[in-house]
Ligand binder design. Structure first.
Ligand code: DC
Length: 229
């Protein structure tokens, strides 16, 4: 059967990772979470004291970047890939609030983006991948056979984020979370390097009022349509 590249881009908390992971599992493709790669580089900066006094030591990061090993390995319990930084499983650490607070700034550095985009292109060379991020359909794989752009209203995304935080036992105020969602949208969409934007040939999915099973069904239909073309 024809193997393709599936690029899934969209706003934070739009539910794109859940969709991408479920699809990859269903069709036996490799799932690649590019946000996790930017998060792992951010964690590296923290562990090596390259983020201090509110700024990033760009020079040292640039010198060391090509020696940083980022890999994914399937976690048998969750059925999803975990992120490894220089051979160590950092899946939990990269989801911390501290990393979340710095990752947008690290992801805005041109030399970091160039290095990670090259790695992502290498990972997708053999096709058979579902890659999720912000610039997959525009920069990483502009020729991807299937491109999806996922969106939902900021209010719906803030509600989802509050539910997630509460489920993890963390405190969350809807008002603060909504502000944070809007702020991240602004940073992601207006940065100079590869801003978040919809590829001209992407299919847009506004899932504000869709259930997860309905999204899954819609995405599978798009996949079968493309591979049968
Ligand atoms: O999807 P996420 O929340 O894990 O992404 C973390 C950060 O990385 C977010 O600020 C956007 C950025 N990112 C990016 O700039 N390009 C990508 N391809 C993926 C994520």
């Amino acid at each position: 059967m024809k193997r393709i590249v599936i690029a899934i881009d969209g706003f934070s908390s739009s539910g794109k990772s859940t969709m991408a992971k479920d699809l990859a599992k269903e069709i036996g493709y490799t799932y690649i979470d590019t946000g996790a790669m930017y998060r792992a580089i951010t964690l590296y900066c923290m562990q090596n004291k390259l983020i201090e006094n509110g700024s990033i030591d760009e020079k040292t990061l640039q010198e060391n970047l090509s020696n940083i090993q980022l890999t994914f390995q399937l976690n048998k319990d969750t059925g999803r890939p975990d992120t490894y930084l220089n051979g160590i499983n950092v899946e939990k650490e990269i989801r911390s609030m501290e990393v979340a607070g710095w990752v947008s700034s690290v992801a805005a550095l041109g030399f970091v983006r160039r290095e990670l985009v090259a790695k992502q292109q290498e990972m997708g060379k053999a096709k058979g991948i579902v890659m999720d991020g912000r610039d997959i359909g525009t920069v990483v794989f502009p020729d991807a056979e299937l491109k999806i752009f996922v969106t939902a209203s900021p209010e719906v995304r803030a509600e989802r984020r509050v539910d997630e935080l509460i489920a993890k036992g963390e405190e969350a105020s809807y008002k603060d979370v909504l502000e944070n969602v809007k702020k991240r949208d602004r940073i992601d969409s207006t940065r100079e390097e590869s801003p978040l934007r919809q590829a001209g040939d992407a299919l847009v999915l506004d899932n504000s009022h869709m259930s997860i099973p309905d999204q899954k069904k819609w995405l599978l239909e798009q996949y079968y349509r493309v591979i049968n073309e």
